[in-house]
Write a protein that binds this ligand. Structure first.
Ligand code: ADP
Ligand code: VHF
Length: 375
């Protein structure tokens, strides 16, 4: 039994176009039903599951009666918009049959590189998970052009894994996993059972898409595993039609190729917040707040704040300083500096009255906060 798999609590599952649409023949109702059944069983078992599903363009092409994939980006975007209706409807129906709610989330690259949108997307997804609803994510193809397109959903799957700090990214595809070369082209290709995510040798093995339906091929899956490992998530690449694939993986059975993340999740998040983003300001807290944040893992509430430094926006990384001025923590601000100044020393119940709206009751939520100095 593999512990990385068995202990994964938050799991992002990505399915590619060729699987979802039966090689472009139309939405595979049975396959979507099977994944939905397994996602529901995992959710009942206390796991948090997110689906990243491709297939909008392929399904849209079928609905529009197109037999060859157009090259014009506007036509692809139109096909995606048509196909997404069917895709969302199918997941909604199949998850509902299993007693699970579902939610459609369409994201772009810009959404995840903009700090405010990043925080909004993260908060919404975590709220959906808390409500036991399965988010079904795809790229928002209508509003992106070639330069900023993820293009393949493997990258999107990895960024979602980073966004929600998943433990595991499962990429389901039309091959049993990663081989030493494309098995469609090389009969001697060797199957890879386990490797370290980010190992450069893997990139040499992986080629482009083998079918005309999928976009990325194996190279984008290997790179997605590297990216997911950046936030501590390991990746499995497996055949999407394997019986009870998701359930067996969650029990610790290695199916397909396991690419293990070298860094632990908690360290990865801490490093990301502490190093990756520039500090945009700081809030000062009172003596009562210090042990709550530093020792008890609590969120920072406005009531504990005594002052605000700098000019930051929602989603920026800010420092938290104790009354002597020493930094004790860093985290993502839920409110901009001007708003935070109004919130100092105020109970969260007054946020709406003071600002006219409530983003969250906390100034920094505990999941977005890392302690940088121990007591
Ligand atoms: N080293 C490799 N191991 C396995 N498959 C590979 C490899 N290199 C390239 N491929 C190709 O990648 C394809 C899967 O990618 P893709 O068609 O984009 O699928 P999806 O739609 O699931 O994302 C396989 O069918 C295979 O032909
Ligand atoms: N957003 C696109 C996905 C692009 C794509 O082909 O991705 P994939 O099949 O995962 O390599 C769609 O839904 O058609």
């Amino acid at each position: 039994m593999n512990a990385v798999l068995a202990e994964a609590r938050r799991i992002v599952v990505k399915v590619g176009s060729s699987l979802v649409t039966n090689e472009g023949r139309g939405l595979d109702e049975q396959a979507i039903g099977e994944w939905s059944r397994q996602l529901a069983a995992l959710a009942r078992d206390g796991r948090e599951v997110i689906m990243v599903s491709s297939g909008a363009i392929a399904e849209g092409m079928k609905r529009l009666g197109w037999t060859t994939r157009p090259h014009e980006i506007d036509k692809l975007q139109a096909a995606a918009a048509v196909g997404q209706m069917g895709l969302a409807q199918m997941y909604e129906t199949k998850l509902r049959e299993q007693g699970m709610g579902s939610a459609q989330v369409l994201l772009t690259h810009a959404d995840l590189s903009n700090r405010e949108r990043y925080l909004n997307a993260r908060t919404t997804l975590l709220t959906l998970l808390g409500l036991q609803v399965v988010p079904v994510i795809n790229e928002n193809d209508t509003v992106v052009n070639d330069e900023i397109k993820f293009g393949d959903n493997d990258t999107l799957g990895a960024l979602v894994a980073n966004l929600v700090e998943a433990d595991l990214l499962v990429i389901l595809t039309d091959q049993k996993g990663l081989y030493s070369a494309d098995p469609r082209k090389d009969a001697n290709a060797q199957f890879i059972r386990e490797a370290k995510a980010g190992d450069a040798a893997l990139e040499q093995m992986a080629g482009g898409a083998g079918s005309s339906i999928g976009k990325g091929g194996m190279i984008t899956k290997v790179l997605a595993a590297k990216r997911a490992a950046g936030s501590g998530a390991s990746t499995v690449i497996a055949w999407g039609r394997e019986t009870d694939c998701l359930l067996r993986l969650a029990k610790g059975e290695i199916i397909g190729t396991l690419l293990v993340a070298p860094t632990q999740k908690s360290q990865a998040r801490k490093r990301w917040i502490a190093d990756h983003l520039q500090l945009r300001g700081a809030v000062m807290v009172d003596d009562g707040a210090v042990p709550k944040l530093r020792d008890e893992g609590k969120s920072l509430l406005p009531i504990g704040m005594t002052g605000v430094d700098g000019d930051f926006s929602r989603g920026d990384v800010i420092a938290v300083r104790d009354p002597s001025g020493a930094e004790i923590a860093r985290g993502l601000a839920n409110y901009a500096a001007a708003e935070a100044r109004l919130l100092c020393r105020k109970p969260s119940s007054e946020i709406e009255k003071l600002l006219g709206y409530v983003a969250e009751p906390e100034m920094i939520h505990r999941t977005n906060l890392v302690v940088t100095r121990q007591g």
